[in-house]
Design a protein around this ligand. Structure first.
Ligand code: ASP
Length: 262
């Protein structure tokens, strides 16, 4: 089995959901999918995660957030309509209600959670809630061994699964998130739990590049890199992967492949 993680830019709109689904359909080993929340559709656009944090902050200060929430809803509606998914009213109601009293982490988790629910419906695959399988301690640090036991138990019992990235929960149900961009870590944890042949990290660049393509035109990809080099480069700011991605795959010697959804 392969674990495929799709980043926010790969799920920013319904057309990109369709690309992701075609990628999954192209290889029957791609049966464990981890998703980020919908990201930017263009450089001026907003990430859903940022909109959710803004809704939470407005609600916590007793300000209305309906105009902000309309922007959240607009993103979901475009995705649902483009994919032919009906009845997303309950999903929007759940988000609106939760945002009234949510912690920042809970608010942000809705982006991944609902994106995964939409993807699961579109693929007709089971949805696995990260709150049940990604375990954080009461201090907000990942409990790696509990997470591996929970993830392995759940993922190995299913023929395929869609898992939201970025968040998890403590034993008492309190939601915690990784730091920004942490959906990559969830993907690596899932790959570790199922002993994946490969962890495919689908994004909007063709591999680990020698320079930032937003600054340098057509940089060449680095064909192969060791886990240690990858971790170091991510740590000092290479943006393609979260630095916490390396250790779960390194422990099992799982190759990590950075792929371009486009
Ligand atoms: N959605 C989260 C973020 O914007 C996590 C992720 O995309 O990996 O940081």
């Amino acid at each position: 089995m392969l674990t495929c993680k799709f980043g926010g830019s790969s799920l920013s709109c319904s057309a990109n959901f369709q690309k992701a689904a075609a990628i999954l359909a192209a290889d029957s080993h791609r049966r464990c999918v981890v998703v980020s929340a919908p990201g930017r559709r263009n450089p001026q656009d907003e990430k859903l995660t940022d909109l959710l944090y803004a809704c939470q902050s407005a609600a916590a200060q007793g300000r209305g957030f309906s105009a902000l929430f309309d922007r959240v809803a607009g993103r979901y509606l475009e995705i649902a309509q483009g994919l032919g998914l009906r009845d997303i009213g309950p999903l929007l109601d759940e988000a609106r209600a939760a945002l009234r009293h949510a912690s920042p982490a809970r608010a942000a988790s809705l982006g991944e959670r609902q994106c995964a629910q939409l993807m699961a419906r579109y693929l007709n695959w089971p949805f696995v809630d990260a709150a049940e399988v990604i375990r954080f301690g009461p201090d907000g640090a990942l409990d790696a061994s509990a997470t591996q036991a929970l993830l392995a138990g759940r993922l190995r019992s299913l023929p395929c699964a869609v898992l939201p990235g970025f968040y998890g929960a403590a034993a008492n149900g309190e939601i915690f998130t990784f730091s920004r961009g942490g959906g990559d870590i969830t993907g690596a944890l899932a790959a570790q739990a199922i002993n994946a042949e490969v962890y495919e990290n689908w994004t909007d660049v063709s591999g680990f590049l020698m320079a930032d393509p937003k600054i340098v035109q057509d940089p060449r990809p680095i064909e192969r890199i060791t886990y240690a080099e990858l971790r170091e480069l991510s740590y000092i700011g290479a943006q393609v992967l979260h630095e916490g991605t390396v250790s779960p795959v390194r422990e099992k010697n799982i190759p990590l492949n950075i792929r371009n959804t486009n």
